[in-house]
Design a protein around this ligand. Structure first.
Ligand SMILES: Cc1ncc(C[n+]2csc(CCOP(=O)(O)OP(=O)(O)O)c2C)c(N)n1
Ligand SMILES: [Mg+2]
Length: 318
């Protein structure tokens, strides 16, 4: 491997592995009830946030959904403050009031995630509108699920972004499901990119979850968006959620999908794949550093106090 390729592989592996291990630790800790929030885990989907965020600059901003741990971490959001948020603690990134579904780290460009499907898509478009007005050389990224593309606001947002030629990259994390319902039972046409192109927005699908391919597509799209012409871009990444919609367990016993359906994706696991591309000693150093960081973050959350009762109605929109 050439030096550049090795450095890229190391960065992608570190991000993939860190997200995977953080979420596995959430799964392990969850039964203790220390985590006070519902959790929508992205295990199996890490390559999307990792590949896209690797293509961004620190000054760029991202907006996401309740399944936002991967995006938050890949963009550089504080891990201790994320875990404290899941614990409902005062040092949490949303002061312990938002939980897993409302992660934010403005300094790192994580502008927010939301429990209400599709709602951060227009937030990202609005931000991109401001960027264009202020002639700032930054871009906004909207991460959303396949289910979010059925919301009316999705169409409105695409139209406005295309009309105003805004510096925004839309990233669809298409895991095939909205809760327990497959895309084919919800959408008249399964080709999301065809719908997007109807607004004049260039769109492409990455079918295989290859983190390098996602990175390259995001880098090319981000460069085009940054140049301001021809405005927005759309990338759909097909991916696979391995755990239940919400919670730390699996959902195969419910009967709406089978474990076999995820098998090909497990064989294509990007965490294992990139780990296998690195020399073992180098991989161990990375893995050990991640374990230490995770242990520290959970200890930080444990030690943090709950917010005082007097803060109950502060920092809220009312
Ligand atoms: C406006 C709105 N409608 C319905 C819901 C209930 N709901 C929560 S998650 C979800 C599925 C969304 O699926 P998708 O966008 O594909 O994201 P994924 O969970 O697959 O990451 C739905 C319908 C909601 N939270 N908000
Ligand atoms: Mg989905």
């Amino acid at each position: 491997m050439k030096r550049d390729e090795l450095e890229l592989t190391v960065r992608l592996y570190r991000s993939l592995r860190r997200i995977r291990r953080v979420e596995e630790e959430i799964v392990r800790v969850y039964p203790s009830d220390s985590i006070k929030s519902p959790v929508h885990l992205s295990i199996g989907q890490e390559a999307v946030a990792t590949g896209v965020c690797e293509a961004l600059e620190p000054r760029d901003v991202v907006f996401g959904s309740y399944r936002g741990h991967a995006m938050y971490l890949a963009k550089g959001g504080s891990l201790p403050r994320m875990i404290a948020e899941l614990y409902g603690k005062a040092d949490g990134c949303a002061r312990g009031k938002g939980g897993s579904m409302h992660l934010v780290d403005v300094e790192r460009g994580v502008m927010g995630t939301s429990a209400v499907v599709g709602t951060t898509i227009p937030n990202a478009v609005g931000y991109a509108y401001a960027l264009k007005h202020r002639r700032e050389n930054r871009i906004a990224v909207s991460f959303h699920g396949d289910g979010a593309t059925e919301e009316g606001v999705f169409a409105e947002s695409l139209n406005f972004a295309a009309l105003k030629q805004l510096p925004i990259l839309f990233v669809c994390e298409n895991n095939g499901y909205a809760i327990h319902t497959h895309q084919s039972r919800r959408q008249a046409t399964l080709d999301i990119c065809t719908r997007v192109r109807a607004y004049g927005i260039p769109a492409e699908t990455i079918e295989d979850g290859d983190v390098f391919r996602i990175f390259q597509a995001a880098r090319a799209a981000a460069a085009a968006v940054r140049s301001g012409s021809p405005g927005p871009r759309y990338i759909e990444c097909i991916t696979s959620r391995w755990l239940e919609h919400v919670g730390p367990g699996e959902d195969f016993e419910l009967g709406f999908r089978s474990r076999e359906e995820t098998e090909a994706w497990r064989k294509n696991d990007q965490v294992a794949r990139l780990g296998g591309m690195l020399p073992a000693p180098q991989r161990s150093v990375i893995d050990e550093a991640i374990e230490a960081e995770i242990a520290e973050a959970f200890a930080f959350a444990e030690a943090s106090p709950f917010p005082p009762a007097g803060e109950l109605l502060m920092h809220l929109y009312r």
